[in-house]
Design a protein around this ligand. Structure first.
Ligand code: FES
Length: 181
């Protein structure tokens, strides 16, 4: 036999159940949304093509005479669901051109994507795939070079004595410097 107070008690229980289900459902939606937001806000979470700033060395590690130094670019990679430890994503050349001025050049040849070597004895960059040569500042050396443009420069930022570079890849085989998305 039910008393006069039973109905409101069931109503309260029902309300609490629905509210709890709403909170749980909201959490289920919020967690992936928050993970996506974190991944979007974290510069290191973007792909190499996205142009993340990455620390690549120290100013005092670069020769004062401007000789280019090849440096590996190592970055952590993350998306909304997974996080990888630091992995090599490419290589660049760093060259000190002033007391606190550094030039960064991508090591990938703009012609067809081979790696460019620096020839210390000749003071130039050379791509062994189709014999493109570049001056020490990355500009095209040979007017008959198969490369459609000079080596790709990258943005450099000095944070104290740390050298940071906005690392990104560019399309090859075209005259314009177009970032790879
Ligand atoms: S890939 Fe470098 S010259 Fe062709």
């Amino acid at each position: 036999m039910s008393g006069p107070d039973e109905k409101p008690a069931v109503g309260r229980r029902g309300f609490i159940k629905e509210a709890a289900a709403g909170v749980v459902g909201g959490c289920c939606l919020l967690v992936p949304a928050a993970a996506g937001l974190v991944a979007w806000l974290d510069p290191l979470s973007r792909s190499a093509g996205g142009g993340a700033m990455v620390k690549v060395g120290r100013l005092d590690g670069l020769p004062a005479d401007g000789t280019p130094q090849r440096v590996s670019v190592v970055m952590g990679r993350q998306d909304a669901w997974t996080r990888e430890g630091a992995v090599p994503v490419g290589a660049i050349y760093l060259r000190r051109t002033g007391d606190r001025v550094v030039q960064a050049l991508h090591s990938v040849c703009p012609h067809a994507g081979c790696f460019v070597d620096y020839q210390t004895a000749r003071g130039q960059f050379f791509c062994p795939c189709h014999d493109s040569s570049f001056a020490v500042d990355g500009s095209i050396n040979d007017p008959h070079s198969p490369s459609p443009r000079g080596m790709d420069t990258l943005e450099v930022e000095l944070r104290g004595d740390e050298v940071w570079v906005r690392f990104q890849n560019f399309r090859t085989g075209i005259e314009g410097k177009v970032p790879v998305a």
